[in-house]
Design a protein around this ligand. Structure first.
Ligand SMILES: C[S@@+](CC[C@H](N)C(=O)[O-])C[C@H]1O[C@@H](n2cnc3c(N)ncnc32)[C@H](O)[C@@H]1O
Ligand SMILES: Nc1nc2[nH]cc(C(=O)O)c2c(=O)[nH]1
Ligand code: SF4
Ligand SMILES: [Mg+2]
Length: 215
């Protein structure tokens, strides 16, 4: 091995420690969904997810092996140039230890948000947690107490029952959103509208970036 070159074993240890993360993409855009929709933010998309939502709109993220292990300090240095609001998403970011990345972002005084299914234990320091639970791999533990918003994706009417079950587990300040699954939006959006008018503790969330044709 050439001097300074890191072995595959060392890479995997650094990934385990959260010092390298499989980076799929990063982009500056407008947060399209949920409470912070309309706010400019820099997105960091970390690869790897085994939750398996059949309608997932980023299936290319699932296989972590296809995304290069990237030094968190490079990610942070770059992110800080664009925005003071950073959204960490994936893939499922909580598959990895988020403590080092979020500490490094905080050292730059950035606001850090996460988009997560909660399928893995909560790590990291967050200013905003968007929990989007999935039936196939339910969240566990303290994330229900920590989440600022609960965003349930509605693909069919049973998802409204699931949404109520998940809301019952969430903290009392958690803001509740129903978001249409994109491919069936024409069918489920009217159902969500009726449901929110009948049950106004819920709010509608749309994937507004897709209407705006931005990333
Ligand atoms: C791609 S996921 C990545 C973060 C994390 N794995 C999660 O599911 O929360 C980002 C957000 O997009 C939502 N989402 C994914 N596919 C969608 C679709 N087809 N329609 C609507 N929302 C979708 C997820 O529920 C989540 O809130
Ligand atoms: N503009 C924009 N807003 C988003 N909100 C959550 C997203 C995600 O994929 O996590 C997302 C995304 O991919 N783009
Ligand atoms: S948990 Fe998130 S990234 Fe994983 S499959 Fe579901 S929507 Fe996609
Ligand atoms: Mg998205």
């Amino acid at each position: 091995m050439v001097k300074n070159e890191v072995s595959a074993h060392e890479v995997s240890e650094l990934v385990d420690q959260g010092l390298l993360l499989p980076l799929m993409e990063e982009f500056y855009t407008i947060q399209g969904e949920g409470f912070h929709k309309g706010t400019a933010a820099y997105f960091i998309r970390i690869g790897g997810c085994d939750v398996g939502c059949h309608w997932c709109d980023v299936k290319e993220s699932w296989n972590a092996e296809t995304h290069p292990p990237t030094e968190i300090y490079k990610i942070v240095e770059n992110a800080a140039k664009y925005s003071d609001t950073i959204v960490v998403t994936g893939g499922e970011p909580l598959m990895w230890d988020m403590q080092p990345l979020t500490e490094a972002l905080k050292a730059k005084n950035l606001n850090i948000h996460i988009e997560t299914s909660g399928a893995y234990p909560l790590t990291g320091i967050w200013d905003w947690i968007c929990l989007s639970p999935k039936k196939n791999k339910l969240p566990e533990g303290r994330i229900y107490d920590e989440a600022h918003e609960l965003k349930v994706i509605v693909y069919n009417k049973h998802d409204l029952i699931f949404a109520e079950q998940e809301a019952a587990k969430s903290n009392k300040n958690c803001i509740l959103y129903l978001q249409p699954e994109w491919s069936v939006r024409d069918k489920v959006t009217p159902m969500i509208v009726d449901y929110v008018m009948a049950n106004p503790k819920w709010k509608v969330s749309l994937q507004t970036h897709k209407y705006l044709n931005i990333p």
